[in-house]
Design a protein around this ligand. Structure first.
Ligand code: FES
Length: 173
């Protein structure tokens, strides 16, 4: 089929072996890379798009970005490690983010981290064994007036106390 062949050509040009089911994802990623004219300056935007498409930043995806933006993998890994919103491991169905900015910290964000550990059995950076929740920490999420803040997926929960933690988290099944 012509469409399929076009995919195979585009994949082989980049030198990667890709499962056929992922051709559309790489096509989308390539469209973003082309949109930024393969500029290394667009690394953050490209990584965001890659994570959006693949769920996390897999090694083969990073290799692909490295080739397309002509950037060393070591540099890309450095950027991924610097920003907490990038992940190199598969994420759970829901992402639970504890804000550790100053306002949240002084209002007990560390207690929320401990509470989540007790409730879900994972540390920040980990995913529960059932794949339901990933827990992570972030710097100020811009809702200091609501401190301490928990962000679950795209929902901001303010004034979260440990006693309320279970009810807040378990809304997300
Ligand atoms: S410090 Fe948590 S929202 Fe600003």
């Amino acid at each position: 089929m012509p469409t399929q062949l076009a995919h195979i050509e585009s994949v082989s040009r980049s030198g990667a072996t890709v499962a056929a089911s992922e051709f559309p994802l790489f096509d989308e990623l390539n469209a973003t890379i082309a949109h930024f004219d393969h500029s290394p300056k667009a690394l953050i935007q490209v990584l965001h798009r890659a994570q959006e498409l693949f769920g996390y930043l897999r090694e083969d995806v990073i290799d692909h970005v490295s080739r397309e933006l002509r950037l060393p993998v070591s540099k890309i890994n450095g950027v991924i490690g610097f920003y907490s919103f990038f992940s190199r491991v598969p994420q759970g169905k829901h992402t639970v983010t504890v804000c550790m900015g100053t306002a949240c910290y002084v209002r007990g964000a560390d207690q929320l981290v401990r509470g989540l550990n007790k409730l879900l059995g994972v540390e920040p950076g980990d995913t529960t064994s059932d794949g339901r929740y990933s827990v992570r920490c972030a710097r100020c999420v811009g809702a200091c007036g609501l401190a301490p803040v928990l962000v679950i997926d795209d929902d901001v929960h303010g004034n979260v106390q440990t006693a309320r933690l279970k009810n807040v988290v378990r809304q997300y099944k």
